[in-house]
Ligand binder design. Sequence first.
Ligand SMILES: [Zn+2]
Length: 149
Amino acid sequence: MNKAFCKEPEQSGRPLCPRCGAEGQVVTGATLEAHVSAGDAETLAEPVAWCDTESCPVAYFDSLERSIDVGRASGIHWPKDPAGVLCACHGLTCEDVDADLAEGEPQRVRGIVRRAGEPGAECALRSADGRSCVARVQRVYVRRLSGGR
Ligand SMILES: [Zn+2]
């Protein structure tokens, strides 16, 4: 078999955020369009990536160092929007996680993890970073469990 066909294309370099320099998470055009205006979406060329750095004001950017700030995007989830939801699909919030911790039983978190894995769940499309909410929900849970915000 020709080696070229086995090569991982993404190894050659994921786009780096022009503001903070972190590696971005490539998103689909559908994800981008779900969170910015059509006019803004047109200003970026594929591959478009999401900046996952908590303190960075950039939401999306492309390999030509053009970017769209969080303030111009909508439906941004925690932690870039500290008051934002964790799961844009099912509406889980940080308060829900706090309630779970207060009750000592992660019922809400378990429910979301279960529902996110079901067919028809749109977490990946509705999440600004194009990924399922499960990793994010677990991140908050573990962080709060250890006393962090
Ligand atoms: Zn950034």
